[in-house]
Design a protein around this ligand. Structure first.
Ligand code: UDX
Length: 427
């Protein structure tokens, strides 16, 4: 099929290259000329492991990039809106990019198309997009909600091997086109109405965030009453109704989705006169979880002022360079405000943090240099390379053998035998 994807950010680009891999002819459109130029040169502006391979494989053959959407819309059967939906100041969802894309599509459309909301949008956005397009185009078209469930670092495999595909649409014609589009992907397809599809995305992310804040609170309780959070999570997870995934306690969830989507769902509820109390608690727990690690730091080193603290990891999770809403940022701000000297190292995410903190931090070229001379080491992101560190070497270069394991990747017993003072999260 002929497909147009509007927006070449993390979602649009991942979807574009995957639709090309499925054999469609795909044109990805963006207003950012630099980004389009980079993509035409085969450069990927985001760190997403398999996107580059698919770009190299399909670009110029059945995958194209351009800044103008008129021609791509005219020749497409399906047009995906995959533009950003950032949080506004008050936590509500900023739909300006979605509305602008809908208007541009409305001006370009010249025959029946399926217009698909791929971006995470509040309930009711399908109707907004429909009314905007109808203002400019009086012919036939259908709106579909097809939310993405892509995780950073595994976006391509999440797209090609999803747990489920959700399609919200109100016409048989659109349903058949979407069925054909996804026919080669082996996964259950749930067809429902547009509003339910829009809500499934927020409800899924908010529930996963709830699981994380819940296990973080259980871990905080373990720190007081005893118990090992890993065993508790294992015991809980053996119950099929609960499941072990997303029960890893740590220093809180970050990223461009969970924090934004939890805020958005609270805001969507509030705008409709409903107080989503559980989610307010989920957000409140998460906003303070990183402070638990700072308290443990103070417990080990005493007053932080003037002390050198080494942070291993900056990205909001491993296998990405994304530091949006990352706990590392909140911890760095806290430590700097307390007068600490902070050194940081991350395999991929140093650039983003350099741009934020410039000369306020020491940027080390590897984990050992980062730890060298420090009064404590804080494990922030569970990169594979940190799991394989030579901890004896760390012990030799560190000034004081204190380690706060923010993602519970080390063995307390092993580190204590090596002479470290160890603090984990709930263990
Ligand atoms: C998430 C959803 O998983 C995905 O389905 C949705 O489409 C987009 O948002 P992403 O934000 O890329 O994906 O990352 P994810 O792997 O879900 O992790 C989100 C955050 O939760 C990270 O900061 C991670 O460290 C944290 N997390 C995750 C935990 O703290 N504990 C866990 O057990 C799992």
């Amino acid at each position: 099929m002929e497909i147009c994807v509007v927006g070449t950010g993390y979602v649009g680009l991942s979807c574009g290259v995957c639709f090309a891999k499925l054999g469609n002819r795909v044109t990805c459109v963006d207003i950012d000329e630099n980004k389009i130029e980079m993509l035409k040169q085969g450069e990927v502006p985001i760190y997403e492991p398999e996107v580059k391979e698919l770009l190299d494989m399909h670009s110029g053959k059945n995958l194209f990039f351009t800044t103008g959407l008129v021609e791509p819309v005219k020749k497409s059967n399906v047009v995906f809106i995959a533009v950003g939906t950032p949080s506004s100041e008050d936590g509500s969802v900023n739909l300006e990019y979605v509305k602008a894309a809908a208007a541009d599509i409305g001006k370009a459309i010249d025959g029946y198309k399926v217009i698909v909301n791929k971006s995470t949008v509040p309930v009711g956005t399908g109707e907004i997009v429909e009314s905007i397009i109808s203002k400019h185009y009086k012919g036939e078209f259908d709106i579909v909600s097809n939310p993405e469930f892509l995780r950073e670092g595994t976006a391509v495999s999440d797209f090609l091997k999803p747990d489920r595909i959700v399609i919200g649409c109100s016409s048989k014609r659109a349903m058949n086109i979407m069925k054909r589009l996804y026919s080669t992907i082996k996964a259950p397809i749930l067809f429902t109405d547009i509003k339910s599809a829009e809500l499934i995305k927020y409800a899924s992310n908010a529930f996963l965030a709830t699981k994380i804040s819940f296990i973080n609170e259980i871990a905080n309780l373990c720190d007081i009453v005893g118990g090992n959070i890993n065993s508790v999570a294992d015991g809980m997870g053996l119950d099929k109704r609960i499941g072990r995934e997303f029960l890893n306690a740590g220093i809180g969830f970050g990223g461009s989705c969970f924090p934004k989507d939890v805020k958005a769902l609270i805001s969507i509820a509030r705008e409709n006169g409903f107080d989503f109390r559980i989610l307010r608690a989920v957000e409140s727990v998460n906003s303070e979880q990183h402070l638990r690690a700072v308290e443990k730091l103070q417990d080990l080193v005493g007053p932080v002022n003037g002390k050198k603290i080494a942070l291993l990891g900056l990205a909001f999770k491993p296998n990405t360079d994304d530091t949006r809403e990352a706990p590392s940022i909140r911890i760095i701000e806290q430590l700097i405000s307390m007068g600490a000297v902070v050194s940081v190292y991350d395999p991929k995410a140093m650039g983003a943090v350099q741009a934020i903190f410039e000369n306020k931090l020491q940027f080390a070229e590897n984990a050992y240099k980062c730890a060298s001379g420090s009064d404590a080491l804080m494990l922030i992101t569970e990169w594979e390379e940190f799991k394989k560190l030579d901890l004896r070497k760390i012990r030799n270069v560190i000034n004081k053998p204190n380690i706060i394991d923010g993602r519970n990747i080390y063995s307390r017993e092993r580190l204590e035998m090596m002479g470290f003072n160890y603090r984990g999260v709930g263990r």
